[in-house]
Ligand binder design. Sequence first.
Ligand SMILES: *Cc1c(COP(=O)(O)O)cnc(C)c1O
Length: 393
Amino acid sequence: MIKRAQRIAAIPPYLFAEIDKLKAQAKARGVDVIDLGIGDPDQPTPEHVIQALNESASDPANHRYPPYEGLPEFKQAVADWYNERYGVELDPETEVMALIGSKEGIAHICWAFVDPGDVTLVPDPAYPVYRTGTLLAGGEPHALPLKAENGFLPNYNDIDPTVAKKAKLLFMNYPNNPTAAVASPEFFAETVDFARQNDIVVCHDFAYCETTFDGYRAPSFLATPGAKEVGIEFNSLSKPYNMTGWRIGFAVGNKDVLAALSIIKTNIDSGVFNAVQYAAIQALTGPQDGIDRMNKMYSSRRDAIVNGLNSLGWDLKPTKGTFYVWAPVPEGYSSKDFCALLLEKAGVNVAPGNGYGEYGEGFFRIALTVDEQRMQEAVDRMREHGIFFTRKR
Ligand SMILES: *Cc1c(COP(=O)(O)O)cnc(C)c1O
């Protein structure tokens, strides 16, 4: 009899399994499924980055174990990038650490700070790893509801003070997956105050740092006065440079927090392949025009879907960042029922909001990772099949 560890039993079932099954069945029936469910850039990695990988991969010096915390040149490139883009000064020695993608760091930070029974503050809806990372470490995630009426920001005044006092980590993510909400410097300042009052380490996931539209620039949490005393920021090459498959990200900020994370990492992994780090340096320091081009492309797609859905009765505002649109389901449907209907009738796949947490119920997420023509076609098919947004009076 093979017996799994308890910590695996604590992981909730994969909530997208059912819709994934429906999608596979539709495809098997020969339906041309328009898949708006996947949050993975559809464009290739820039050519100069691929070239840097090819060259570095041929050098035998790079075939050996990399330095645990990242090549000094990589950490310097990250520090320069942060200074230039966000006005944040970082000591590359102690305040920058390479990660095997930011997901790896987010999961492992829990092992560095969460003992069994410890509480973490986790937004809901959210990227699932904050919650599952906590559970794997034996901790108890406490949900911070993100509600439309609060601009999908947590309200710190709503947190029970005894829970706040117990909490070890606070996760947040702006520009936000899945809601596409953005945070102001004032909200970040409130976060620093809250973290100071309760001795909480703030972990800001800044994966969509560069995916912003119409002239909007997303602030780094670390640009907030006092932020570096209370927290760190997770960041990644994945989304700005179309490098999700390459597995390279980084954590920046409080050096004591990073030192703790480093103890976990040095005992579990042995760093990022040097050639991938050299390619990442090219991404960070080479031509940056690809980012603008990507953002123009995403914002045209956003306009196609937002205007399209609004013509079907929705009332969506243009988003400022991320490659997602978060929309309410018509009244009378659960997230799951509406997503199943959309797939069955129109052959359009979207992600049900409850997959991101219980407060995601009543919403669905559209990813802007297919071309504009297909987005348009998705709207046309919805119209054709009478799928409109309606609200009971
Ligand atoms: C894509 C994504 C990540 C993970 O990025 P990697 O660096 O590829 O691991 C982290 N957080 C959010 C919110 C994401 O959407």
